[in-house]
Design a protein around this ligand. Structure first.
Ligand SMILES: Nc1ncnc2c1ncn2[C@@H]1O[C@H](COP(=O)(O)OP(=O)(O)OP(=O)(O)O)[C@@H](O)[C@H]1O
Ligand SMILES: [Mg+2]
Length: 212
C-alpha cells in the first residue's frame, strides 16, 4: 500500500476504432496516453466505463478468453521494442504467433515474409542486442503483424529513434497498416505523423478530443 490517493487519469473518453481507419493520439507527458492504449488492449481495466471489442465487453471475458481474443485482434508496438533478448529476430516473431495461438505450418513462411517486408531478410538469425534501434523496431512491427490483427496499437514507436530512422519506420508502419487493412492507433508527440492519420485526437486533462 503506497498510501497515496488514487489518480484519476482518464475521465470523458468516448472513442471507437473503425475497420482500417487510423487515429493518432497526442498529449503531454503523463496525461494518460499509454494508460489509454493499455485499456484498449485489455491489458488494464477501467474503474468505470467499458471497452468493447467487436461488440463484446471485455469485462465479460475471463483472462484466458481475453488473451486469446487479444492475440487474434490486437497487435502492439512500443517505444522500447520489448523483444525477448535471448531469441533471434525470426524466433521473436514466431513466439508472438505461438502466444496468439496461431502457429501452424504457414506461420514461419509468413514470419519470413514480414521480416523481408520490413527489410530484415539478412537478419533473421540476429539477436536483438546485435540490431540497431530501427532494426529492433522493424522486428517489433513484424511481430505485431504476424497474427494479422485488426488493430495495431503503437505507443510512441519512433520515440527512441533519430529523426531519419523514425521517419522510415513510420512510413513502413503506415504502409503496412494500409496494405494489411489494419486499423492503427498511434500515440505520438510528432504533429506531422499525427496529422497524417484519418483522425487526430488530443488527450487533455483526462478528456479525449478530436482535432479539426
Ligand atoms: N502503474 C502505475 N501506478 C500509478 N500511477 C501510474 C502508473 N502508470 C502510470 N501512472 C500515472 O498515470 C498517469 C498517466 O500515465 P501514462 O503513462 O498513461 O502517461 P503518458 O501520457 O503515456 O505519458 P508519456 O508521454 O510520458 O509516455 C501519470 O500521472 C502516471 O504517473
Ligand atoms: Mg506513455
Amino acid at each position: 500500500m503506497s498510501g497515496e490517493k488514487p489518480i484519476e487519469v482518464l475521465q470523458g473518453v468516448d472513442f471507437a476504432i473503425r475497420s482500417g481507419e487510423s487515429s493518432s493520439i497526442q498529449g503531454e507527458s503523463g496525461c494518460g496516453k499509454s494508460t489509454f492504449l493499455h485499456l484498449l488492449a485489455g491489458l488494464d481495466s477501467p474503474s468505470s466505463g467499458s471497452v468493447l471489442w467487436e461488440g463484446i465487453d471485455l469485462k465479460s471475458l475471463d483472462n484466458a478468453a481475453l488473451a486469446k481474443k487479444r492475440g487474434s485482434l490486437v497487435g502492439m508496438v512500443f517505444q522500447s521494442y520489448y523483444l525477448v533478448p535471448e531469441l533471434r529476430a525470426l524466433e521473436n516473431v514466431l513466439l508472438a504467433a505461438r502466444i496468439s495461438g496461431i502457429l501452424n505450418q504457414d506461420t514461419e513462411k509468413k514470419a519470413r515474409e514480414l521480416l523481408d517486408r520490413v527489410g530484415l531478410t539478412d537478419r533473421l538469425s540476429s539477436l536483438p542486442s546485435t540490431l540497431s534501434g530501427g532494426e529492433r523496431q522493424r522486428v517489433a512491427i513484424a511481430r505485431a503483424l504476424i497474427s494479422s490483427p485488426k488493430a495495431l496499437l503503437a505507443d510512441e514507436p519512433t520515440g527512441n529513434l533519430d529523426e531519419e530512422t523514425g521517419d522510415s519506420i513510420m512510413e513502413l508502419l503506415l504502409d503496412l497498416c494500409d496494405e494489411e487493412e489494419v486499423a492503427l492507433v498511434l500515440v505520438t508527440h510528432n504533429p506531422s505523423y499525427a496529422n497524417r492519420q484519418d483522425r487526430a485526437w488530443r488527450l487533455t486533462q483526462g478528456r479525449l478530443e478530436e482535432q479539426s
